[in-house]
Design a protein around this ligand. Structure first.
Ligand code: ADP
Ligand code: CIR
Length: 346
């Protein structure tokens, strides 16, 4: 039985975990285990040891969201504004009307990327998985990916035993996993590294799949410029093929089940790398617009990184209780509003 003591959080820790984990909740859950053997102490370790955590909790399996519901439900409600009686509906069908490019002259948007996370229905999540299960996922998923044809056809690069040449190229392209991420490390997601991990990409590098990173599959479509519709159409096609081949963890309440509760629902983050030199000088107006359109500002080297040279990563903050298509409409409207405001603020 774990039966540990209530965690001590650092004074600079502003995580949702610290905000919502009461002694009462902790002691009511800390001797429970899911059927994959996952405990509350494992779930919260990342948020306890990393004061920079925004959220601070990971699930080990679908059951974690049920057994540890007293803490997960509070964090899910706070992050997603989503209650225990709400439901989720997925819609990955590109709308017939499409979306025009919000930056047709290519002055603002450098690139567009959309990713979704998926996990297999009959497996624990990466936080609680065994080495054998992880390796089995790698072999099944990479086999399907290697069979893709047309625009999606490409090659799989396992991290284990990767040649220096491949590794240098993937690092230069910003495709390699951020090895040693301290949040994932504390969550148990880097165990047995690099075994079972790898990257598939098509020949044009516009379609990628990361295997056994934070989620078992991270399916990514990306390209230069601001054609959100084209990026989404490619993603939608790839997800449909993979959904025919595998059964993914999903339920009507939480949508697609992911190891981090921020990704529940659509498990989608759609982002643009965008230059907004004028708004960069007035973060108050910038954040007023991003808040209005439910967008998140990140630095260009990914989560927990800073912005550089007035270039920002702007993406949907919400993922749960709203469909993929509606989130993309919000990103499109918000990016257009940001571009128009940057033009005015000269
Ligand atoms: P995610 O959880 O979406 O994978 P990260 O913030 O860790 O989040 O980003 C992963 C990688 O994708 C980073 O290297 C980041 O620079 C890159 N990236 C994100 N959005 C874009 C974009 N629109 N264009 C190009 N690269 C991007
Ligand atoms: C954290 O708590 O900061 C990390 N575990 C990542 C959480 C997901 N991202 C986010 O809220 N921006």
């Amino acid at each position: 039985m774990p039966n540990n003591d209530f965690p001590v959080f650092g004074s600079t820790n502003n995580s949702l975990l610290k905000k919502h984990l009461t002694k009462e909740i902790y002691y009511s859950l800390n001797d429970l285990k899911t059927s994959s053997g996952f405990t509350l102490d494992q779930a919260i370790k990342s948020g306890v040891v990393n004061d920079g955590s925004n959220v601070g909790i990971y699930a080990g399996d679908l059951e974690s969201y049920k057994i540890f519901a007293p803490i997960f439900d509070k964090i899910i409600a706070d992050y997603h504004n989503f209650s225990t009686s709400d439901s989720h509906t997925s819609d990955l069908t590109p709308p017939e009307s499409g979306w025009a490019n919000p930056d047709p002259e290519g002055k603002y948007i450098i690139s567009t990327r959309i990713r979704v996370g998926r996990n297999l229905a009959d497996m624990p999540l990466g936080t609680a998985i065994s080495k054998e299960q992880r390796d089995e996922i790698e072999s099944k998923v990479s086999a399907i990916l290697k069979g893709l044809t047309g625009e999606l056809a490409g090659d799989y690069y396992p991290l284990a035993g990767m040649s220096e040449e491949d590794s240098t190229r993937l690092i230069e392209d910003h495709f390699l996993f951020k090895a040693g991420d301290k949040y994932l490390e504390a969550a148990g997601l880097n165990r047995d590294w690099p075994s079972g991990r790898g990257i598939f990409h098509n020949h044009d590098k516009t379609f990628l799949v990361l295997i056994n990173e934070e989620d078992q599959l991270r399916i990514i479509s990306m390209q230069n410029g601001g054609d959100i519709f084209q990026v989404f159409s490619r993603l939608s096609k790839a997800v449909a093929i993979l959904s025919d081949a595998f059964s993914f963890l999903y339920n009507d309440h939480l949508g697609f089940i992911t190891s981090c509760p921020t990704n529940l629902g659509t498990a989608m983050r759609a982002s643009v790398h965008i230059k907004l030199p004028n708004l960069a000088k007035n973060m108050e107006i910038f954040e007023k617009i991003t808040d209005e359109y439910f967008l998140q500002i990140r630095g260009i080297h990914g989560e927990h990184s800073e912005s550089e040279e007035g270039i920002f990563d702007i993406s949907n903050k919400r993922r749960l209780g709203i469909s993929e298509v509606d989130l993309l409409q919000g990103l499109y409207d918000g990016v257009l509003a940001l571009i128009n405001m940057d033009k005015e603020a000269v």
